[in-house]
Design a protein around this ligand. Structure first.
Ligand code: CA
Length: 227
């Protein structure tokens, strides 16, 4: 059973989350402020944390930073904040994904499952070696991509980008993280590189590159692979 720590100071939302999560056989613990959240994170070792950014005592971003000093547990942020800078701050502090309030319960559950899967995948277990979609197949070990019967040639940069995205299925990967991992720290502001290379990848992999089905842009935030 997946243990979820819900950190939220709105009692009605906590109640709705508890009912919906328990109905889907998640085990639920709740904290209504940042201090309780930190205490429970260390005491009861949740598998995934759902964290409201606007808490009465500690700012949610600071809660993330504190947890990340010692714990890799996936964190899904609930954000009522509409500026992308604040969401980016949360992602840079180590959050895995975010859902903007008001959200649908289905959307939250989909993101939560993706975050929980990521947590399991980071445990020592055999990694995914082949990812198959309806349109293409990626062999992560042989480093080969096929579309139907023909192989697709990717440049090393394209390959690196694709690899990061498909090994984080369903999960938002921030622009900054992609730029850091593929191009290095001095390129963290060069989001135009990402646009260019993602367009190339889509031309090579997507059936309709202008309406991507697999390599999804989250405007101003990053990219997501939907398998
Ligand atoms: Ca709040």
């Amino acid at each position: 059973m997946i243990k979820v720590l819900v950190v939220e100071d709105d009692p009605q939302l906590v109640r709705a989350l508890r009912i919906n999560l328990e109905a889907r056989t998640f085990e639920v613990e709740t904290a209504s402020d940042g201090k309780a959240a930190l205490r429970l994170t260390f005491a009861s070792k949740p598998d995934v944390i759902v964290l409201d950014l606007g808490l009465p005592d500690i700012d949610g971003v600071d809660v993330i930073k504190e947890v990340r000093k010692t714990r890799g547990v996936p964190i899904l942020v609930l954000s009522a904040r509409h500026t992308s800078e604040e969401k980016i701050q949360a992602l840079d502090a180590g959050a895995d994904d975010y859902v903007t309030k008001p959200f649908s319960m289905d959307e939250l559950l989909a993101r939560l499952r993706a975050a929980a899967r990521r947590g399991e995948a980071s445990a020592p277990s055999p990694d995914i070696s082949v990812v198959t979609t309806e349109d293409f197949t990626v062999d992560l070990i042989a480093k080969k991509v096929r579309r139907g019967s023909r192989s697709v040639r990717l440049t090393p940069t394209e390959w690196h980008l694709l690899e990061i995205l498909i090994t984080n299925p369903g999960r938002l990967v921030s622009q900054r993280k992609l730029l850091l991992e593929v191009w290095g720290p001095t390129y963290s502001e060069h989001t135009n590189y990402l646009r260019v290379y993602m367009a190339q990848l889509r031309r090579k992999l997507e059936a309709d590159p202008s309406h991507p089905r697999y390599l999804i842009t989250e405007p101003g935030m990053g990219y997501r692979f939907e398998g």
